[in-house]
Design a protein around this ligand. Sequence first.
Ligand code: AMP
Ligand code: GLY
Length: 430
Amino acid sequence: MWPPRYAYRVRILVLGSGAREHAIVTALLRETADDGSAAHEITAAPGNAGIATAVPVIALDPTNPQVVAAFALDNDIELVIIGPEAPLVAGVADALRQRGIATFGPGKAAAQLEGSKTFAKRIMEEAGVPTGRATRAGSLEDAVDAIDEYGAPYVVKADGLAAGKGVLVTPDRAEAIAHAEFWLSHGSVLVEEFLDGQEVSLFFLSDGHTVLPLSPAQDYKRLADGDEGPNTGGMGAYSPLPWLADGFVDEVIETIAIPTVRQLALEQTPFIGLLYCGLIITSSGIRVIEFNARFGDPETQVVLPRLVTPLAGLLLAAASGELAGVPRPEFSNDVAVTVVLASEGYPQAPVTGRQISGLEAALQTPGVTIAHAATARSGAELLATGGRVLSVVATGGDFAEARARAYAALESIRLEGGQYRTDIAARVSE
Ligand code: AMP
Ligand code: GLY
């Protein structure tokens, strides 16, 4: 049924504990009923200190299918939104759907699109989706052969989930071989041809058959300014991408999203959830660098604040197989910038347990919200509990305004040893 008219509050469970999940909860809470109260009843599990200020949080293991399904049944949950990849790969969506609970997130089999790079490459090959050439190697000898075949710069990837640490792009052959050797002790590796160009993250809602695009974003994967330093989970992002060619989104729908979803449906593993297309625009066309099976982090923090269409209705329609006929989601003309504040030592060995202060002052900046990631309360103190601590999100009429707001807010926040990039969205030309 579109547009959705909720006759009652939808009981929603959001799984996860990152800034992405905080951004999802914030977007859901923007929907209000006629009397101005929140349109939906939202619970998060396990959440974090920021999410806990917005909605009730439950301490349960989001990767345990039986535990999540039992909680959802006991609490009459009508929609489960799965944030991170680990519950997807663990089969949480399958357990929920078996019990008739509408779930936004693919089952274990379709989540292999993210969980196994070899699986993703096979699907792309079958579906005729453009991507870089790659060789799977199960031994160091094979990896070295492939490294020499493709040449520098070298691209070596862990085949399975590696929390953003599995990919190395380097001009240094010895380093490429060492990376392959390390990840071979965990499974196979993929050696890939180097692709050169601008990167774009484009998200699609999928109900297994129909896809709807969200607004494109760009993520900054390297730790330091000027794209120096190691790859991370993502240090910042902005949306939209004013420099994209007209017709870009339509081309990705036709050549990438629809063929991929069709192939998965054909294999009896329909993809219900968010298809994250990590793309690179090379001189010979658009190529897929990676698929993820969930909302991107930190891109979600800049895409959802600009979403005008009610999020719950879209996710419920996708989870219920009812996207056909739903209009494309609408986005505001505002732009959004997010800058991630990370702990000292991130990504190799983040220092945790340090106090964070100044958030109230930061939130005084117009257009600024803060999406918490690795935060926890200890009495009156807010502590950093992991690598990526929080995302400062700023919207504005243009990128100069949004950037100025984000960085002004960051100046108010104190975290000993905290690190962030100063060049997020610095060179966005309209
Ligand atoms: P992935 O986890 O596969 O997205 O890779 C992380 C980052 O490594 C990407 O965002 C790119 O910046 C870079 N990367 C991955 N694959 C390639 C490639 N084939 N060519 C160039 N850069 C790549
Ligand atoms: N921002 C990259 C990711 O979510 O995988």
